[in-house]
Design a protein around this ligand. Structure first.
Ligand code: CLR
Length: 264
């Protein structure tokens, strides 16, 4: 579990108050989560908007589709791990996260990082043609054909489409991502009480932002999406187990260490 925490070492003190008691503290909490999201989200909305119609050609699509199962898995595992690293970076700047024990930080990332990647995917999704930004261009679900897990891909694309329908602002996405990550119900937590206190502060932040935006009704919908995320992630784990059984060598020696550490 050292790989994970060694990605970018940070000093241990946390400059933020983790238990917001006044409105001003809630504002500060929201501001730092939003800042952290902005600094780790890889692309700005405007940049993605500008790239929307950059699609793969038929030849490029065919090249992906004719990759072998293990080649395509390895390729996607690398892309996914890249995205996960940004989520780890995001997590470290959520006020209160770095005050949790290393064990609990890792436990939260093991179950939550993939879920946050899927929340973030909605920013990289074009609902007009159901494509996702992958490897520098927009791609439809068919590009993932050689992974041989069509049900997972379909479910992930449906989820992205559905999340886009909520039309969340960047601030709402930031707070929702933080709430997905800081979840006191995750397995294997040492100090559940402490995680719960951080969770409550993030919940308060999200409620505050939705109220300010006159969208209090969104809270209920976001909790529903959290249940869908859980099922998507267990499907991902199931597929990974299937793959590792069939291609133990690729899974063991060619997958990125962080991917193995978090999901294997
Ligand atoms: C999510 C948001 C990140 C950028 C990013 C990078 C890689 C993308 C990912 C996003 C969305 C999901 C994605 C992934 C690469 C492969 C994966 C398209 C856009 C698909 C769903 C295949 C999963 C295959 C596993 C079973 C290995 O900031």
């Amino acid at each position: 579990s050292h790989d994970l925490m060694a990605i970018h070492p940070y000093p241990l003190e946390d400059p933020y108050s983790i238990y917001p008691h006044s409105l001003r503290n809630i504002d500060e909490l929201c501001a730092s989560i939003v800042r952290s999201h902005r600094e780790t989200n890889q692309y700005r909305v405007e940049e993605l908007q500008a790239l929307r119609w950059k699609l793969f050609s038929r030849e490029e699509l065919q090249a992906y589709q004719s990759k072998s199962v293990d080649e395509m898995w390895q390729h996607c595992a690398i892309r996914l791990t890249d995205a996960v690293q940004y989520v780890v970076e995001f997590a470290k700047h959520i006020p209160g996260f770095r005050m949790l024990s290393q064990n609990d930080q890792i436990a939260l990332l093991k179950t939550g990082s993939m879920e946050v990647v899927l929340v973030r995917m909605s920013r990289f999704f074009n609902t007009e043609n159901n494509t996702v930004f992958f490897d520098g261009k927009f791609a439809g679900a068919e590009i993932f054909k050689s992974l041989a897990c069509g049900d997972l891909i379909t479910a992930v694309f449906d989820f992205a489409h559905d999340m886009c329908g909520l039309k969340l602002t960047e601030q709402q996405i930031a707070l929702f991502s933080a709430l997905v990550l800081i979840n006191a119900d995750r397995p294997c937590l040492e100090d559940r009480g402490r995680v719960q206190r951080v969770q409550r502060s993030v919940e308060l932040g999200l409620t505050h932002i939705l109220h300010r935006d006159n969208q209090d009704n969104l809270m209920h919908k976001l909790y529903q999406r959290m249940a869908v995320l859980r099922s998507l992630c267990s499907l991902h784990m199931e597929k990974l187990r299937w793959f590792s059984q069939r291609y133990p060598l690729t899974a063991h020696s060619l997958f990125p260490p962080l991917y193995k550490e978090l999901f294997a």
